[in-house]
Design a binder for this molecule. Structure first.
Ligand code: FES
Length: 144
């Protein structure tokens, strides 16, 4: 991911599914960490949508690098990347993803908003860092 600039997202494929890797800027991190959790369905990631070593509002190993399965947890559409604060028609949008199929919203950590069709946060696959620039998806420190 050496070509992944701050603020950008890239998509790779793992087991036939799209995996997004998002390089979050300090501002994106601040907006996500500071977001009002009462507007989210599962702000603390209580549902088993991530490996056990993933916790906290950013749902990632490194704060700046988000890794998410890019499939909406409602009926499987691919949500759109809408990282800017004014990118969707919503007050205090923190940046994130919008699923156009039935109107679900997720923040930049893949946490789902309340009162949308998607029932759970986006899934975080197992992963680990081989080097600073290389992520291995589907393998983690436990299985390596
Ligand atoms: S598939 Fe995403 S909102 Fe329905």
């Amino acid at each position: 991911m050496s070509k992944l600039e701050p603020g950008q997202r890239m998509t790779v494929e793992w087991r036939g599914r799209p995996v997004w890797i998002i390089n979050r800027t300090p501002e994106m991190i601040e907006r996500t960490e500071g977001f009002d959790g009462s507007r989210l369905s599962d702000p603390e990631s209580q549902e088993p949508q991530q490996p056990g070593y993933i916790s906290g509002p950013l749902r990632s190993i490194r704060p700046e690098i988000g890794v998410l399965i890019g499939i909406c947890t409602h009926l499987g559409c691919s949500p759109l990347f809408r990282p800017e604060p004014d990118a969707v028609d919503m007050d205090n949008w923190p940046g994130g993803f919008f699923c156009p199929c039935h109107g679900s919203f997720f923040d930049l950590a893949g946490r789902v908003f309340r009162n949308v069709p998607a029932p759970t946060n986006l899934e975080v696959p197992p992963y680990r860092f081989e080097t600073d620039d290389i992520i291995i998806i589907g393998e983690d420190e436990e299985t390596a």
